[in-house]
Ligand binder design. Sequence first.
Ligand code: ADP
Ligand code: MG
Length: 339
Amino acid sequence: MPDIIRLLPDGIANQIAAGEVIQRPSSAVKELMENAIDAGATDIRVIIQDAGKALVQVTDNGSGMSAADARNCFARHATSKITGIDDLFHIKTMGFRGEALASIAAVSEVILKTRREEDEWGTCIEIDNTTLRKEEPVAMAKGTSISMKNLFFNVPARRNFLKSNASEMRHIVEEFMRIALAFPEIFFSLVSGSQEMFHLEKGSLKQRIVQLLGNGYNARLIPVQENTDYLNIFGFAGKPDTAKKTRGDQYFFVNSRFIKSPYLHHAVMTAYQELIPADSFPVYTLFIDIDPSQLDVNVHPTKQEIKFTDEKIVYAFVQAAVKHALAQFSVTPTLDFDL
Ligand code: ADP
Ligand code: MG
């Protein structure tokens, strides 16, 4: 009998790995926006065509890349953000796995344009199916623009699995809003087809929440702020009369990263217990800043689930912070200021 084990070619291995990171157009929106943030951008513009099935383009004014880095950033496990396993416990960046661009390049046609401040020319690279098709110098402003075209053109089974444009667009707006909420000091825009859906000038957190969730919240947000040696909590909780019968507009961020946590959601719910009807949901945008060594963000590739070293303490702090804020509000109902 001959030996039967073979190494998969890079293109196939990347296509398989891509399934974990890039499930739909909105996954690319998230990954590309996070890369722009990690590059120190203050201006991030997202352009979508055909709900991201034809095009997702993210343009930033961040650090840019050298020509060699522009070629290398599409390799699997290529990252400038960590060098060793110890770094995993001190992560300050949104990315660190070096998987996003490799995954995107394996399942779409990519055009990258990038220029650093110190370089006279930028670099334009075209890749599809993990193969470099073209590289040439390009005149451009400092920063990076990545276009992901025809997602899953080479994986028909996954392309067929994509939902209606309305549904894919909802996912995109959701990812866009999560990131825009966490970085009010950055300008963001989102254009879909010929329509500018969001145009978010830089401002305070409160201004960003109002831009995204609606003017109705302007006078109906209670500041939450508790600082301890272990963690800091800040953000806004809606006044009890903003509670809704349906879920939505509940946001938790840990070290600027959006997370899903039924456990911490429960902590907030109990803080509101006596104030809102049992079948309704409070609106909140809460940030927890904690020493990265106290958590493990490496649990899931999309990083939406995290593990706290001591979950119970975090629960207690969140509950106390929201309770405290709500109590202050009912004593002084006009209290209202920007963080
Ligand atoms: P990760 O973000 O986990 O490092 P990615 O595949 O998303 O992995 O990106 C690979 C590398 O490409 C990054 O570490 C970074 O050095 C570079 N890069 C990606 N996007 C940008 C960007 N918008 N601006 C500057 N550098 C970028
Ligand atoms: Mg990344």
